[in-house]
Design a protein around this ligand. Sequence first.
Ligand code: J2J
Length: 551
Amino acid sequence: MRGPDHTPWPPDFAARYRAAGHWRGQTFGALLTALAAAHADRTAVVGEGARFSYAELDERAHRLAAGLVDLGVRPGDRVVVQLPNVPEFLPVVFGLFRVGAWPVFALPAHRDTELVHFAEQAEAVAIVTVDAHDRYDHAALARRVADRVASVRHVVVLSGACGANIGAVEPPAGALALDELGRAPRELPDPDPAGVAFLQLSGGSTGLPKLIPRTHDDYLYSVRESARICRLTPESVYLAALPVAHNYPLSSPGVLGALHAGATCVLAPRPDADTAFRLIEAERVTITGVVPPLAAAWVQAASRTELDLSSLEVLQVGGAKCGAELAARIGPALGCALQQVFGMAEGMVNYTRLDDPADVVLVTQGRPISLDDEVRVVDPLTDEDVPAGETGALLTRGPYTIRGYYRAAAHNATAFTPDGFYRTGDLVRRCASGHLEVVGRVKDQINRGGEKVAAEEVENHLMAHPDVLDAAVVGVPDEYLGERSCAYVVPVAGARPSAGELRRFVRERGVAAFTVPDRVLVVDAFPATPVGKTSKRELRAAIARSLVPGS
Ligand code: J2J
């Protein structure tokens, strides 16, 4: 017997969040209806080859909802959505919201293993995908998943979208064309705003992502407040550079925050500096969000670009720690303000505020959205609160943080405390102002014969070197010490610092001997997770492979 599918907030908490005005009983479908009335002719979304006004977005979402219902998709059904940054992403997702069916937000980089896992876990009835993207045949992928997962009855394919690069691919036998799904719009019953709206994916660095049930009420609260904190107005232009289905470009403030404000969303087919800078110039983008490795690449590219980036007011950096060294380079290079964002698909999001003092913006990862975000910083072994200002594991509970993963009773027993706090796995320090500084992951330390080395600290020292663009430190198994540290370093263009020089540089910053990385490897690039964070899991695997004789 499995437990309940998902864990609602206890009734007293739900009542409190409603009374405080956080949960307002509005669904995403109803929100779009209101936006279309308020901003009908304004541009809602821009992507390669298409531009939809608010009225067009609303109409398309209505048509798709009707088409999905005719296909047999019912309220509460799950539908895996694997779309790249194409304008159709929004009508598809809002169409599903209107039906009351739950999108499961796969990323374009996911392949058979992940998609089968999502479809099975969610017992999905359909997959909505694109014919091809980045030289990969997604329609064939979806068909394979449908063949392996019995619950999947339909594969719906968007053809001729941007970035296909391999020519239009014929939808596989039995697949439906998204264009043909659109039916005459008709009124559908509005789903329960307190109910689940979609399943987001955990960014977990171990194992396959878990499914995260988010409700209309809780997610809309975080979207509304994010738009306010980021000062979005109808004049704002938000660029989604990262894959838009990820929680960060979706909601922090992301495309949903931009729509909430009546602003324009621009979807970049790829996140590279050239593509993004062209769109910033052409669409007069005012705000966008990136992960630290991408921020580093943009900083470098900005020094050479002829393109006009002057419209850009805010560059958000988040998803992984943006060290103070990189943070300090961003404003001068891109001519905009930096905003740090520390969030998670499970809920809690922290922002540095646009009027925070410079040192707070450079050094912290922000403070929570809500006064009702409860934060505890505890000893990871005992769950006791650490003294104010000291480092500990972050636990959180609040009006938009889930109380349990979807269909994961056994995992939930350890991922949450008995009183409902989510164990984020992040090590943080909390300042008196409530700002959090992320100092690592509970497990991201190297145990060097008992001496604990925080990977993050060594990375910061390396990043202070002018030739270093990015650094990632992982543990390597060692016969004597148990583990030693290995630093991977990506140099700035044209530089080739030696391992010896970098070790000397760290030593000369006056650190404990065990903090100096035992090995330094200079590489061209790091392996990345589907959203572009540096994948330490793959770096560790690369080391493990290099230790196996003959591989
Ligand atoms: C350090 N670690 C960070 C940061 C996330 C906004 C922004 C990001 C995400 C996201 C998101 C970090 N410094 N600034 O969903 O809405 C690490 C932490 C966290 C995990 C969550 C959003 N920002 N992280 O990255 O679910 O370890 O969400 O627990 O993918 O990323 O990952 P994910």
